[in-house]
Design a protein around this ligand. Structure first.
Ligand SMILES: Cc1cc2nc3c(=O)[nH]c(=O)nc-3n(C[C@H](O)[C@H](O)[C@H](O)COP(=O)(O)OP(=O)(O)OC[C@H]3O[C@@H](n4cnc5c(N)ncnc54)[C@H](O)[C@@H]3O)c2cc1C
Length: 432
Protein backbone atom coordinates (compact mmCIF):
# COMPACT_ATOMS: atom_id res chain seq x y z
CA UNK A 1 0.00 0.00 0.00
CA UNK A 2 1.34 3.47 -0.87
CA UNK A 3 1.33 6.30 1.68
CA UNK A 4 -1.65 7.97 -0.08
CA UNK A 5 -3.56 4.73 -0.13
CA UNK A 6 -2.83 4.26 3.54
CA UNK A 7 -4.16 7.70 4.44
CA UNK A 8 -7.40 7.16 2.49
CA UNK A 9 -7.78 3.55 3.62
CA UNK A 10 -10.56 2.31 5.84
CA UNK A 11 -9.62 0.85 9.19
CA UNK A 12 -11.90 -2.02 8.29
CA UNK A 13 -13.74 -3.21 5.20
CA UNK A 14 -16.66 -5.50 5.98
CA UNK A 15 -17.76 -7.70 3.07
CA UNK A 16 -21.47 -8.58 3.04
CA UNK A 17 -24.40 -6.61 4.49
CA UNK A 18 -26.38 -9.47 5.97
CA UNK A 19 -27.11 -9.43 9.70
CA UNK A 20 -23.54 -10.42 10.62
CA UNK A 21 -21.94 -7.70 8.50
CA UNK A 22 -24.41 -5.07 9.72
CA UNK A 23 -23.82 -5.92 13.39
CA UNK A 24 -20.07 -5.87 12.85
CA UNK A 25 -20.13 -2.52 11.02
CA UNK A 26 -22.41 -0.98 13.67
CA UNK A 27 -20.04 -1.91 16.49
CA UNK A 28 -16.94 -0.79 14.61
CA UNK A 29 -18.54 2.56 13.71
CA UNK A 30 -19.73 2.87 17.30
CA UNK A 31 -16.10 2.52 18.39
CA UNK A 32 -15.15 5.41 16.10
CA UNK A 33 -13.46 3.32 13.39
CA UNK A 34 -13.49 4.20 9.70
CA UNK A 35 -15.54 1.44 8.09
CA UNK A 36 -16.95 0.55 4.70
CA UNK A 37 -19.53 -2.20 4.30
CA UNK A 38 -19.46 -3.64 0.77
CA UNK A 39 -22.55 -5.51 -0.41
CA UNK A 40 -22.80 -7.39 -3.70
CA UNK A 41 -26.58 -7.14 -4.13
CA UNK A 42 -28.93 -4.18 -4.42
CA UNK A 43 -30.01 -4.14 -0.78
CA UNK A 44 -29.02 -4.98 2.76
CA UNK A 45 -30.27 -8.06 4.65
CA UNK A 46 -28.79 -11.04 2.80
CA UNK A 47 -31.04 -14.00 3.57
CA UNK A 48 -33.45 -11.75 5.42
CA UNK A 49 -34.98 -9.68 2.65
CA UNK A 50 -38.54 -8.95 1.59
CA UNK A 51 -39.73 -8.24 -1.94
CA UNK A 52 -42.73 -5.99 -2.60
CA UNK A 53 -44.71 -7.08 -5.63
CA UNK A 54 -48.27 -6.17 -6.71
CA UNK A 55 -49.22 -5.26 -3.16
CA UNK A 56 -47.76 -8.43 -1.62
CA UNK A 57 -44.90 -8.64 0.87
CA UNK A 58 -42.83 -11.66 -0.07
CA UNK A 59 -40.10 -12.71 2.35
CA UNK A 60 -37.33 -14.47 0.48
CA UNK A 61 -38.19 -17.79 2.07
CA UNK A 62 -40.63 -18.08 4.98
CA UNK A 63 -39.12 -17.28 8.34
CA UNK A 64 -40.29 -16.39 11.80
CA UNK A 65 -38.88 -13.55 13.87
CA UNK A 66 -38.25 -14.38 17.51
CA UNK A 67 -38.26 -11.64 20.12
CA UNK A 68 -36.31 -13.48 22.81
CA UNK A 69 -32.92 -13.62 21.12
CA UNK A 70 -30.46 -11.61 23.26
CA UNK A 71 -29.00 -9.87 20.20
CA UNK A 72 -32.47 -8.90 19.00
CA UNK A 73 -33.29 -7.38 22.37
CA UNK A 74 -29.99 -5.56 22.49
CA UNK A 75 -29.95 -4.13 18.99
CA UNK A 76 -33.50 -3.56 17.79
CA UNK A 77 -36.25 -1.17 18.84
CA UNK A 78 -38.94 -3.82 18.67
CA UNK A 79 -41.81 -1.33 18.75
CA UNK A 80 -40.55 0.20 15.54
CA UNK A 81 -40.87 -3.15 13.78
CA UNK A 82 -44.66 -3.23 14.40
CA UNK A 83 -44.50 -6.93 15.23
CA UNK A 84 -47.51 -9.15 14.60
CA UNK A 85 -47.64 -12.39 16.62
CA UNK A 86 -48.33 -15.95 15.62
CA UNK A 87 -50.32 -18.11 17.96
CA UNK A 88 -47.66 -19.57 20.28
CA UNK A 89 -47.87 -23.18 19.20
CA UNK A 90 -48.75 -25.19 16.14
CA UNK A 91 -51.15 -27.57 14.52
CA UNK A 92 -49.58 -30.88 13.53
CA UNK A 93 -51.39 -32.90 10.87
CA UNK A 94 -50.74 -36.44 12.10
CA UNK A 95 -51.98 -39.84 10.98
CA UNK A 96 -54.63 -39.48 13.71
CA UNK A 97 -55.76 -36.08 12.44
CA UNK A 98 -54.82 -32.54 13.41
CA UNK A 99 -53.23 -32.09 16.84
CA UNK A 100 -53.32 -28.62 18.25
CA UNK A 101 -50.41 -27.78 20.54
CA UNK A 102 -50.76 -24.25 21.83
CA UNK A 103 -49.68 -22.49 24.98
CA UNK A 104 -53.04 -21.40 26.44
CA UNK A 105 -51.34 -18.80 28.63
CA UNK A 106 -49.78 -16.99 25.68
CA UNK A 107 -52.11 -17.46 22.75
CA UNK A 108 -53.48 -13.96 22.87
CA UNK A 109 -50.36 -12.26 24.19
CA UNK A 110 -49.45 -9.28 22.01
CA UNK A 111 -46.00 -9.07 20.49
CA UNK A 112 -44.01 -6.03 21.57
CA UNK A 113 -45.33 -3.11 19.56
CA UNK A 114 -48.18 -5.10 18.04
CA UNK A 115 -51.92 -5.24 18.58
CA UNK A 116 -53.60 -8.01 20.56
CA UNK A 117 -54.74 -10.90 18.44
CA UNK A 118 -58.31 -12.07 18.50
CA UNK A 119 -59.54 -15.56 19.21
CA UNK A 120 -59.15 -18.54 16.97
CA UNK A 121 -62.45 -19.11 15.28
CA UNK A 122 -61.66 -22.42 13.85
CA UNK A 123 -60.86 -24.31 10.72
CA UNK A 124 -58.70 -26.79 12.61
CA UNK A 125 -60.14 -29.46 14.83
CA UNK A 126 -59.25 -29.20 18.52
CA UNK A 127 -56.54 -31.40 19.91
CA UNK A 128 -58.46 -33.54 22.37
CA UNK A 129 -59.61 -36.14 19.87
CA UNK A 130 -56.17 -36.60 18.42
CA UNK A 131 -54.51 -36.71 21.81
CA UNK A 132 -56.83 -39.47 22.89
CA UNK A 133 -55.85 -41.17 19.63
CA UNK A 134 -52.47 -41.63 21.35
CA UNK A 135 -50.22 -39.46 19.20
CA UNK A 136 -48.78 -37.80 22.30
CA UNK A 137 -48.95 -39.88 25.47
CA UNK A 138 -48.83 -38.49 29.00
CA UNK A 139 -45.22 -39.65 29.15
CA UNK A 140 -44.39 -37.68 26.01
CA UNK A 141 -46.02 -34.57 27.39
CA UNK A 142 -44.12 -34.97 30.67
CA UNK A 143 -40.81 -35.48 28.82
CA UNK A 144 -41.42 -32.42 26.66
CA UNK A 145 -42.46 -30.32 29.66
CA UNK A 146 -39.26 -31.36 31.48
CA UNK A 147 -37.13 -30.50 28.45
CA UNK A 148 -38.65 -27.08 28.02
CA UNK A 149 -38.59 -26.31 31.78
CA UNK A 150 -34.90 -27.20 31.80
CA UNK A 151 -34.20 -24.93 28.86
CA UNK A 152 -36.22 -22.06 30.26
CA UNK A 153 -34.67 -22.10 33.71
CA UNK A 154 -30.99 -22.83 33.08
CA UNK A 155 -28.58 -20.07 32.02
CA UNK A 156 -27.67 -20.23 28.32
CA UNK A 157 -24.00 -20.89 29.11
CA UNK A 158 -24.95 -24.19 30.79
CA UNK A 159 -27.07 -25.22 27.79
CA UNK A 160 -24.16 -24.34 25.50
CA UNK A 161 -21.60 -26.36 27.43
CA UNK A 162 -23.45 -29.68 27.51
CA UNK A 163 -22.08 -32.63 25.56
CA UNK A 164 -23.47 -32.53 22.06
CA UNK A 165 -25.40 -35.21 20.20
CA UNK A 166 -28.01 -35.28 17.47
CA UNK A 167 -31.46 -33.95 18.27
CA UNK A 168 -32.90 -37.41 17.49
CA UNK A 169 -30.62 -38.91 20.18
CA UNK A 170 -31.49 -36.15 22.66
CA UNK A 171 -35.23 -36.71 22.22
CA UNK A 172 -34.87 -40.44 22.62
CA UNK A 173 -32.73 -39.95 25.76
CA UNK A 174 -35.38 -37.63 27.20
CA UNK A 175 -37.95 -40.41 26.84
CA UNK A 176 -40.03 -38.95 24.01
CA UNK A 177 -41.70 -41.80 22.11
CA UNK A 178 -40.88 -42.63 18.51
CA UNK A 179 -44.45 -41.89 17.55
CA UNK A 180 -44.42 -38.43 19.10
CA UNK A 181 -41.15 -37.69 17.31
CA UNK A 182 -42.39 -38.91 13.94
CA UNK A 183 -45.86 -37.40 14.09
CA UNK A 184 -45.19 -34.05 15.76
CA UNK A 185 -41.59 -33.20 16.59
CA UNK A 186 -39.90 -34.25 13.37
CA UNK A 187 -42.35 -32.30 11.20
CA UNK A 188 -41.95 -29.21 13.36
CA UNK A 189 -38.18 -29.39 13.79
CA UNK A 190 -37.62 -30.18 10.11
CA UNK A 191 -38.98 -26.70 9.45
CA UNK A 192 -36.55 -25.19 11.96
CA UNK A 193 -33.45 -27.17 10.97
CA UNK A 194 -34.37 -27.56 7.27
CA UNK A 195 -33.55 -31.28 7.49
CA UNK A 196 -35.83 -34.15 8.52
CA UNK A 197 -33.41 -36.71 10.01
CA UNK A 198 -33.01 -34.64 13.18
CA UNK A 199 -29.25 -34.93 12.80
CA UNK A 200 -28.86 -31.28 13.85
CA UNK A 201 -26.90 -30.51 17.03
CA UNK A 202 -28.93 -30.96 20.23
CA UNK A 203 -27.19 -27.83 21.56
CA UNK A 204 -28.89 -25.84 18.85
CA UNK A 205 -32.19 -27.67 19.50
CA UNK A 206 -32.02 -26.61 23.15
CA UNK A 207 -31.36 -23.00 22.18
CA UNK A 208 -34.38 -23.12 19.88
CA UNK A 209 -36.59 -24.51 22.67
CA UNK A 210 -35.30 -21.84 24.97
CA UNK A 211 -36.02 -18.99 22.57
CA UNK A 212 -39.50 -20.38 21.89
CA UNK A 213 -40.30 -20.66 25.58
CA UNK A 214 -39.10 -17.12 26.29
CA UNK A 215 -40.21 -15.19 23.22
CA UNK A 216 -43.05 -14.52 20.87
CA UNK A 217 -42.95 -15.86 17.31
CA UNK A 218 -43.94 -12.98 15.07
CA UNK A 219 -43.41 -11.06 11.84
CA UNK A 220 -42.70 -7.37 11.30
CA UNK A 221 -45.62 -5.64 9.55
CA UNK A 222 -43.25 -4.66 6.72
CA UNK A 223 -41.79 -8.15 6.31
CA UNK A 224 -38.63 -9.67 7.75
CA UNK A 225 -36.54 -7.28 5.65
CA UNK A 226 -37.53 -4.56 8.12
CA UNK A 227 -35.07 -6.07 10.60
CA UNK A 228 -31.84 -5.49 8.62
CA UNK A 229 -33.28 -2.20 7.34
CA UNK A 230 -33.57 -0.99 10.92
CA UNK A 231 -29.99 -2.05 11.65
CA UNK A 232 -28.69 -0.34 8.50
CA UNK A 233 -30.49 2.87 9.47
CA UNK A 234 -28.20 3.04 12.50
CA UNK A 235 -25.06 3.26 10.36
CA UNK A 236 -23.53 6.60 9.41
CA UNK A 237 -24.31 7.72 5.86
CA UNK A 238 -21.95 6.41 3.20
CA UNK A 239 -20.77 3.35 5.13
CA UNK A 240 -22.85 0.89 3.07
CA UNK A 241 -21.98 0.50 -0.62
CA UNK A 242 -24.54 -1.59 -2.48
CA UNK A 243 -23.88 -3.45 -5.76
CA UNK A 244 -20.17 -3.59 -4.92
CA UNK A 245 -19.15 -7.24 -5.06
CA UNK A 246 -15.74 -8.18 -3.74
CA UNK A 247 -13.78 -10.48 -6.04
CA UNK A 248 -10.79 -11.23 -3.82
CA UNK A 249 -8.80 -10.13 -0.81
CA UNK A 250 -5.46 -8.47 -1.52
CA UNK A 251 -2.44 -7.72 0.65
CA UNK A 252 -3.72 -4.20 1.27
CA UNK A 253 -7.50 -4.56 1.25
CA UNK A 254 -10.00 -5.96 -1.25
CA UNK A 255 -10.29 -6.21 -5.01
CA UNK A 256 -13.72 -5.36 -6.43
CA UNK A 257 -15.19 -7.11 -9.45
CA UNK A 258 -14.87 -3.87 -11.47
CA UNK A 259 -11.09 -4.27 -11.10
CA UNK A 260 -10.60 -1.44 -8.61
CA UNK A 261 -8.98 -1.94 -5.25
CA UNK A 262 -10.24 -0.70 -1.91
CA UNK A 263 -7.49 -0.34 0.67
CA UNK A 264 -8.19 -1.36 4.24
CA UNK A 265 -6.17 -2.24 7.30
CA UNK A 266 -8.42 -5.18 8.15
CA UNK A 267 -11.08 -7.12 6.30
CA UNK A 268 -14.06 -8.94 7.78
CA UNK A 269 -15.66 -11.45 5.39
CA UNK A 270 -19.32 -11.64 6.42
CA UNK A 271 -20.74 -13.33 3.33
CA UNK A 272 -22.54 -16.64 2.92
CA UNK A 273 -20.33 -19.63 3.67
CA UNK A 274 -19.41 -20.70 0.09
CA UNK A 275 -18.35 -17.14 -0.81
CA UNK A 276 -16.36 -16.90 2.42
CA UNK A 277 -14.51 -20.10 1.47
CA UNK A 278 -13.74 -18.62 -1.96
CA UNK A 279 -12.46 -15.34 -0.53
CA UNK A 280 -10.52 -17.05 2.27
CA UNK A 281 -8.90 -20.15 0.73
CA UNK A 282 -8.46 -22.85 3.37
CA UNK A 283 -11.52 -21.84 5.40
CA UNK A 284 -13.56 -24.88 6.40
CA UNK A 285 -17.29 -24.43 6.04
CA UNK A 286 -20.29 -26.63 6.82
CA UNK A 287 -22.70 -27.89 4.18
CA UNK A 288 -25.90 -25.96 3.61
CA UNK A 289 -29.64 -26.71 3.82
CA UNK A 290 -32.02 -25.80 1.03
CA UNK A 291 -35.68 -24.81 1.31
CA UNK A 292 -38.37 -23.74 -1.14
CA UNK A 293 -41.23 -21.43 -0.19
CA UNK A 294 -44.41 -21.14 -2.25
CA UNK A 295 -46.71 -18.14 -1.92
CA UNK A 296 -50.36 -18.52 -2.96
CA UNK A 297 -53.11 -15.90 -3.02
CA UNK A 298 -56.66 -16.90 -2.11
CA UNK A 299 -59.88 -14.88 -2.09
CA UNK A 300 -60.91 -16.40 1.24
CA UNK A 301 -58.46 -17.22 4.06
CA UNK A 302 -58.42 -21.03 4.37
CA UNK A 303 -57.86 -20.69 8.13
CA UNK A 304 -58.72 -17.74 10.32
CA UNK A 305 -55.88 -17.97 12.76
CA UNK A 306 -52.19 -16.90 12.73
CA UNK A 307 -50.88 -20.39 13.41
CA UNK A 308 -48.25 -22.57 11.78
CA UNK A 309 -49.38 -25.97 10.50
CA UNK A 310 -46.91 -28.81 10.06
CA UNK A 311 -47.36 -32.05 8.15
CA UNK A 312 -46.33 -35.47 9.49
CA UNK A 313 -46.07 -36.78 5.92
CA UNK A 314 -43.41 -34.10 5.32
CA UNK A 315 -44.96 -33.42 1.92
CA UNK A 316 -44.78 -29.83 3.10
CA UNK A 317 -42.65 -28.55 5.98
CA UNK A 318 -45.03 -25.92 7.20
CA UNK A 319 -47.79 -23.66 6.01
CA UNK A 320 -49.62 -20.65 7.39
CA UNK A 321 -51.92 -17.87 6.31
CA UNK A 322 -49.56 -14.91 6.49
CA UNK A 323 -52.35 -12.36 6.25
CA UNK A 324 -53.80 -13.75 9.50
CA UNK A 325 -50.46 -12.84 11.12
CA UNK A 326 -50.31 -9.45 9.40
CA UNK A 327 -52.84 -8.23 6.81
CA UNK A 328 -50.06 -6.00 5.42
CA UNK A 329 -48.68 -9.04 3.56
CA UNK A 330 -51.33 -8.82 0.80
CA UNK A 331 -53.64 -6.30 -0.86
CA UNK A 332 -56.98 -5.78 0.94
CA UNK A 333 -59.42 -8.65 0.41
CA UNK A 334 -56.72 -11.18 -0.44
CA UNK A 335 -55.23 -13.90 1.73
CA UNK A 336 -51.58 -14.87 1.33
CA UNK A 337 -50.62 -18.46 2.14
CA UNK A 338 -46.97 -19.38 2.67
CA UNK A 339 -45.86 -22.99 2.32
CA UNK A 340 -42.34 -24.37 2.57
CA UNK A 341 -40.92 -27.68 1.38
CA UNK A 342 -37.52 -29.20 2.03
CA UNK A 343 -34.94 -28.81 -0.72
CA UNK A 344 -35.76 -27.63 -4.22
CA UNK A 345 -39.00 -28.23 -6.11
CA UNK A 346 -40.63 -31.43 -4.75
CA UNK A 347 -41.67 -34.42 -6.88
CA UNK A 348 -44.86 -33.38 -8.65
CA UNK A 349 -43.89 -29.71 -8.28
CA UNK A 350 -46.32 -27.01 -7.26
CA UNK A 351 -49.46 -29.02 -8.17
CA UNK A 352 -48.45 -31.67 -5.60
CA UNK A 353 -47.97 -28.96 -2.97
CA UNK A 354 -51.36 -27.49 -3.83
CA UNK A 355 -53.02 -30.93 -3.51
CA UNK A 356 -51.55 -31.43 -0.06
CA UNK A 357 -52.64 -27.94 0.96
CA UNK A 358 -56.20 -28.83 -0.04
CA UNK A 359 -56.05 -31.73 2.44
CA UNK A 360 -54.39 -29.74 5.21
CA UNK A 361 -56.75 -26.78 5.02
CA UNK A 362 -59.80 -28.84 4.01
CA UNK A 363 -60.58 -26.54 1.12
CA UNK A 364 -60.46 -26.40 -2.68
CA UNK A 365 -57.09 -24.88 -3.57
CA UNK A 366 -57.84 -25.01 -7.32
CA UNK A 367 -58.72 -21.31 -7.54
CA UNK A 368 -55.57 -20.22 -5.62
CA UNK A 369 -53.03 -18.24 -7.61
CA UNK A 370 -49.33 -18.86 -7.24
CA UNK A 371 -47.78 -15.48 -6.49
CA UNK A 372 -44.12 -16.43 -6.13
CA UNK A 373 -41.75 -19.25 -5.35
CA UNK A 374 -38.30 -18.91 -3.75
CA UNK A 375 -35.71 -21.67 -3.54
CA UNK A 376 -32.96 -20.71 -1.11
CA UNK A 377 -29.82 -22.80 -1.32
CA UNK A 378 -27.69 -22.61 1.79
CA UNK A 379 -30.62 -21.18 3.73
CA UNK A 380 -29.04 -22.53 6.92
CA UNK A 381 -25.70 -24.18 7.71
CA UNK A 382 -25.83 -27.93 8.41
CA UNK A 383 -25.23 -27.83 12.17
CA UNK A 384 -24.20 -31.41 12.87
CA UNK A 385 -22.76 -32.34 16.29
CA UNK A 386 -20.43 -31.48 17.80
CA UNK A 387 -21.47 -27.95 16.88
CA UNK A 388 -19.53 -25.28 18.84
CA UNK A 389 -22.31 -22.60 18.72
CA UNK A 390 -19.66 -19.86 18.47
CA UNK A 391 -16.20 -19.70 16.89
CA UNK A 392 -13.45 -17.15 16.74
CA UNK A 393 -13.66 -14.90 13.70
CA UNK A 394 -9.85 -14.54 13.44
CA UNK A 395 -8.77 -16.30 10.25
CA UNK A 396 -5.32 -14.83 9.54
CA UNK A 397 -3.55 -11.57 10.47
CA UNK A 398 -5.89 -8.76 9.40
CA UNK A 399 -8.51 -11.20 8.09
CA UNK A 400 -11.69 -12.20 9.89
CA UNK A 401 -14.72 -14.30 9.04
CA UNK A 402 -18.23 -13.82 10.43
CA UNK A 403 -21.68 -15.16 9.62
CA UNK A 404 -24.22 -17.67 10.85
CA UNK A 405 -21.97 -20.53 9.67
CA UNK A 406 -19.53 -19.45 12.42
CA UNK A 407 -22.24 -19.53 15.12
CA UNK A 408 -25.79 -20.85 14.64
CA UNK A 409 -28.05 -20.67 11.62
CA UNK A 410 -30.32 -18.05 13.08
CA UNK A 411 -30.82 -14.34 13.46
CA UNK A 412 -29.18 -14.61 16.88
CA UNK A 413 -26.22 -16.58 15.49
CA UNK A 414 -25.55 -14.16 12.62
CA UNK A 415 -25.78 -11.06 14.84
CA UNK A 416 -23.64 -12.69 17.55
CA UNK A 417 -20.96 -13.64 15.04
CA UNK A 418 -20.82 -10.10 13.64
CA UNK A 419 -20.61 -8.78 17.20
CA UNK A 420 -17.73 -11.11 17.95
CA UNK A 421 -15.90 -10.09 14.77
CA UNK A 422 -16.08 -6.42 15.78
CA UNK A 423 -14.86 -7.27 19.28
CA UNK A 424 -11.90 -9.24 17.95
CA UNK A 425 -11.00 -6.61 15.34
CA UNK A 426 -11.12 -3.84 17.97
CA UNK A 427 -8.97 -5.87 20.37
CA UNK A 428 -6.39 -6.48 17.62
CA UNK A 429 -6.43 -2.83 16.55
CA UNK A 430 -5.86 -1.77 20.15
CA UNK A 431 -2.82 -4.06 20.29
CA UNK A 432 -1.53 -2.34 17.12
C1 LIG B 1 -35.69 -19.39 4.23
C2 LIG B 1 -34.99 -19.06 5.51
C3 LIG B 1 -35.65 -19.22 6.71
C4 LIG B 1 -35.02 -18.90 7.90
N1 LIG B 1 -35.73 -18.98 9.08
C5 LIG B 1 -35.18 -18.49 10.21
C6 LIG B 1 -35.96 -18.40 11.40
O1 LIG B 1 -37.15 -18.72 11.39
N2 LIG B 1 -35.35 -17.93 12.52
C7 LIG B 1 -34.05 -17.53 12.53
O2 LIG B 1 -33.54 -17.09 13.58
N3 LIG B 1 -33.28 -17.60 11.42
C8 LIG B 1 -33.83 -18.07 10.26
N4 LIG B 1 -33.09 -18.11 9.12
C9 LIG B 1 -31.64 -17.85 9.21
C10 LIG B 1 -31.23 -16.39 9.17
O3 LIG B 1 -32.00 -15.66 8.25
C11 LIG B 1 -29.76 -16.37 8.76
O4 LIG B 1 -29.03 -17.16 9.70
C12 LIG B 1 -29.13 -14.98 8.73
O5 LIG B 1 -29.93 -14.07 8.03
C13 LIG B 1 -27.74 -15.09 8.09
O6 LIG B 1 -27.10 -13.84 8.10
P1 LIG B 1 -25.58 -13.68 7.65
O7 LIG B 1 -25.24 -12.26 7.79
O8 LIG B 1 -24.75 -14.68 8.36
O9 LIG B 1 -25.51 -14.12 6.11
P2 LIG B 1 -26.27 -13.59 4.82
O10 LIG B 1 -27.64 -13.16 5.18
O11 LIG B 1 -26.15 -14.67 3.81
O12 LIG B 1 -25.48 -12.30 4.35
C14 LIG B 1 -24.34 -12.35 3.54
C15 LIG B 1 -24.30 -11.13 2.65
O13 LIG B 1 -23.09 -11.15 1.91
C16 LIG B 1 -23.35 -10.67 0.61
N5 LIG B 1 -22.28 -11.13 -0.28
C17 LIG B 1 -22.06 -12.38 -0.75
N6 LIG B 1 -20.98 -12.41 -1.54
C18 LIG B 1 -20.48 -11.15 -1.55
C19 LIG B 1 -19.35 -10.54 -2.20
N7 LIG B 1 -18.51 -11.24 -2.98
N8 LIG B 1 -19.14 -9.22 -2.01
C20 LIG B 1 -19.96 -8.47 -1.22
N9 LIG B 1 -21.04 -9.00 -0.60
C21 LIG B 1 -21.29 -10.33 -0.76
C22 LIG B 1 -24.71 -11.27 0.30
O14 LIG B 1 -25.33 -10.61 -0.79
C23 LIG B 1 -25.43 -11.07 1.62
O15 LIG B 1 -26.07 -9.82 1.69
C24 LIG B 1 -33.69 -18.44 7.90
C25 LIG B 1 -33.00 -18.28 6.69
C26 LIG B 1 -33.66 -18.57 5.51
C27 LIG B 1 -32.94 -18.33 4.21
Amino acid sequence: MTREQRSSADDVVVVGAGLAGLACALDLCGAGRRVTLLEASDGVGGRMRTDRRDGFLLDRGFQVFTTSYPQVRRRLALRGLRLRPFTAGLVAHTSAGPVRLVDPTRRTAPAPGGPRTGGAPGGVAPSAGALSGGVLTGRDLAALAALSAYDTVLPARVVKRRADRTTAAALSRAGVSRRAVDEVLRPFLAGVFLEDRLETSARFFHLVLRSMARGTPCLPADGVGAVPAMLAAGLPQGVVRLETPVAALTDGGVLLTDGSERPAGRVVVATDAPTAARLLPGLRIPGGRTVTTYYHAADVPPLREPILMVDATLTVLGTCVLTEVSPTYAPPGTALVSTSVLGGAPPGGEPAVRRRLAELYGTDTGPWRQVAVYTVEGALPAMTPPWPLSRTTRFAPGRYVAGDHRATGSVQGALASGTRAAREVLADLARG
